[in-house]
Design a protein around this ligand. Structure first.
Ligand code: GDP
Length: 363
């Protein structure tokens, strides 16, 4: 599955947020730096109103959301790329992820130590982001030496890789992330195996206190201004609120959120933002037993999409009765959609679209 790494300086609320996000998280939140050492993995439900709507139309017994895997990557500090505080090990954990949630401390609390002695979101972003840039620059330089020999030996693709590396190194040397290099698709492919840390898409999670969740504060504004420049997403969350929400039932959650002046919990927005950033597509299956969301990549054809449910569905694929989500909702059921001519029978070459409601026939 696809993984998202949660990174940030010590004591900014990573573990608290991870535990609130994930069903199986057991990372320990503690008020001292370096509390969490091993990466913790967990899965979070992706909230989806469309899924609930379909389930209510079909009167489904069960609703099954998509899940995203999160990894809590603790211990990134200034100097991590030079091996400070087990830095390299932590950086290695990020290498395997597909996207990054960067938690930024945007709350004042004199009882919670800040590693750099004060709350300063943009400084914190730059501290972490520079460590990723340094680690990438090291890697690119090493690789470039090898590729230069390959160019001499006329190895296929070496010249292209060399040019892509030089392009990225130029950006890294300016202290900017590799994703700022604006590579062509071909160049990106040439560097794919390097899994550069600063090439991964980033979502900034601005962690605020309970009182400031609705209105935000100047720290959040600073993060938003910074992210506007780089084109990255910002989600405002309160890790503490999220942690409390976990122990409440649905009605209490609603009351609590209302008392804070917000409609939704930031966690839901964060998971949705992650999901979008990963560039995934959703299709649905819908029936009285269960309504379920399935994750595929853009461009997948019907048999491959069916294979996400079961390998037999892919091997024995015959056809797929397909209705768009909007048509399904408008008609109210697969049967009604069929009567109104909105049900399509799609074959092996059909590229599954976002929010298709599908019913597979297979051998
Ligand atoms: P990590 O080191 O980044 O994983 O941070 P933790 O999640 O362990 O949190 C460090 C400390 O900050 C803990 O004592 C948390 O209770 C506290 N903390 C986390 N989020 C918030 C918040 O939104 N407001 C306040 N006041 N404290 C928080």
């Amino acid at each position: 599955g696809l993984q998202t790494g949660i990174v940030g300086l010590p004591n900014v609320g990573k573990s608290t947020l991870f535990n609130a996000l994930c069903d199986t998280g057991e990372a320990e939140a503690g008020n001292f730096p370096f509390c969490t050492i091993d990466p913790n993995m967990g899965k979070a439900k992706v909230p989806d109103d469309r899924l609930d709507k379909l389930a209510s139309l079909a009167n489904s017994e069960k609703v099954i959301n998509e899940m995203i895997e999160y990894v809590d990557i603790a211990g990134l500090v200034r100097g991590a790329s030079k091996g400070e505080g087990l830095g390299n090990q932590f950086l290695g954990n990020i290498r395997n992820t597909d996207a990054i949630v960067h938690v930024i401390r945007c709350f004042d609390d004199e009882n919670v130590t800040h590693v750099d002695g004060s709350v300063d979101p943009v400084r914190d972003i730059e501290t972490i982001s520079l460590e990723l840039v340094f680690a990438d620059a090291d890697q690119c330089e090493k690789r470039l030496k090898k590729v230069e020999r390959e160019v001499v030996g006329q190895v296929k693709g070496a010249k292209e890789e060399k040019e892509a590396l030089q392009k990225v190194l130029k950006v890294l040397e300016e202290g900017k992330p590799a994703r700022a290099a604006k590579l062509s698709e071909k160049e990106e492919l040439a560097l794919q195996d390097l899994s550069l840390l600063s090439m991964k898409p980033v979502i900034y999670a601005a962690n605020v206190s309970e009182e400031e969740l609705a209105a935000g504060n100047e720290y959040v504004k600073a993060v938003q201004d910074f992210a506007k420049e780089t084109g990255d997403q910002v989600v405002v969350v309160s890790a503490q609120v999220e942690a409390e929400l976990k122990s409440l039932d649905a009605e209490e959650v609603q009351d609590y959120l209302e008392s804070l002046g917000v409609k939704e919990s930031g966690c839901g927005s964060l998971v949705q933002a992650t999901y979008r950033t990963l560039g995934l597509r959703t299709y649905f299956t819908c029936g009285p037993k269960e309504t379920r969301a399935w994750t595929i990549h853009a461009g997948w054809k019907a048999p491959k999409a069916a294979g996400v449910i079961h390998t037999d569905f892919e091997k024995g694929f015959i056809k797929a009765a397909t209705v768009s989500y909007d048509d399904f909702v408008e008609c109210g059921s697969e049967e009604a959609a069929k009567d109104k001519g909105k049900l399509r029978i799609e074959g092996k070459e059909y590229e599954v679209q976002e929010a298709d409601v599908m019913h597979f026939r297979f051998n």
